[in-house]
Design a protein around this ligand. Sequence first.
Ligand code: PLP
Length: 466
Amino acid sequence: LDVIRGVEPRVADAIGQEVEDQRASLKLIASENYASPAVLLAMGNWFSDKYAEGTIGRRFYAGCRNVDTVESLAAEHAKELFGARHAYVQPHSGIDANLVAFWAVLAARVEAPALQRAGARQVNDLSEKDWAELRRELGNQRMLGMSLDAGGHLTHGFRPNISGKMFDQRSYGTDPATGLLDYDALRATAREFKPLIIVAGYSAYPRLVNFRIMREIADEVGATLMVDMAHFAGLVAGKVLTGDFDPVPHAQIVTTTTHKSLRGPRGGMVLCDDSLVEQVDRGCPMVLGGPLPHVMAAKAVALAEARQPSFQDYAQRIVDNSRALADGLMRRGATLVTGGTDNHLNLIDVATSYGLTGRQAESALLDSGVVTNRNAIPQDPNGAWYTSGIRIGTPALTTRGLGTGEMDEIAALIDRVLTSAEAGTTSKGAPSKAQHVLDEKVADEVSRRAAELLDGFPLYPGIDLS
Ligand code: PLP
């Protein structure tokens, strides 16, 4: 940090403070983790200075042999780890990986037939008339994705994201009575809507998805099945999700982030079967610019870590901890969406359980050293901004070594804060969905206990960033 401090001390201070904050708080954000020092060091180096547009061995820049090495290693580790036919490790983020996947499917299923009809080898060979027709056709495609309030992600065809502007989108959701995915309703919608792509995968669904059934539905209506496993990639890598619950053998294309339960650097990745290799590899220049070789190096290290047997133990402990947290919360009276969990996350219905909005609960917990995020629940009466839910996940605290005993105590701390917190008022005294009131004594007591708990599980021991 001294080198950075010599140039811009405020950045050095912010980095040091960030580590201290992460060390001192109970990090329960389901999409976060702690990457290992090996992953972090692989990311912070001179690869950052290199341009390497193209693919392995076929670059638009000279001097890329070391980039070829790390990109090949990352792709090989990914293929071995997930049993995939092909891996493309250039996407800079989950959104980028999804964009690459959408355009790969569009290229294979809309563009390629149009080129064939016109007798053209590539789009540059099309006449103006054929090109105009292809562009119209590309803009006329349909996607079926999981609804946002059931736990889907914005990139699965929703209007604020480019996917919602590219595709005519329809959603599938969960059964209002059980909160579980309703495959029959999904099948009926797919038959009627006939999408080009069915997207499976989620950001906030606490149960498993049966990808064998999803593929059957996709095949029946002629859709390509794409699975976005960003949230649960670590559970697939760690062989906790196998058979019908492992997306790789079932979907034609699978995308993921590398920084969530997979515990790698911030980034994305695409896996695919033989039918889409050529199109996926055109991610750059289709939607990506130059790859981030330093991040690909870190992906290779993280994927090598995930291939070690200890990662399977880690993945199992994530789920054990998640279940312990669910049991601890429900025993204390909390209502969980779907009544529990089968994966790394839980969704607490804080409106029903504690009379709070998600926003109020999130702030009250933050005051008490517990970092979570608010999340919509199915048919959320408070909408997507204030919400009625709190999403909690266990990948990060499991990395730190906390186990089921600690989870029960964390459930007690969360319950204590949310039972004590009350809805606040605006400055004019009107009821507010944003403000909360929490006795300072409760916040201090919970923060102190959280810090004591974490003291037993040091983060990056021996690394001094003061
Ligand atoms: N897909 C899913 C299911 C996600 O949950 C997220 C992020 O939360 C993304 C994609 C986007 O990832 P990124 O933030 O790396 O673009």
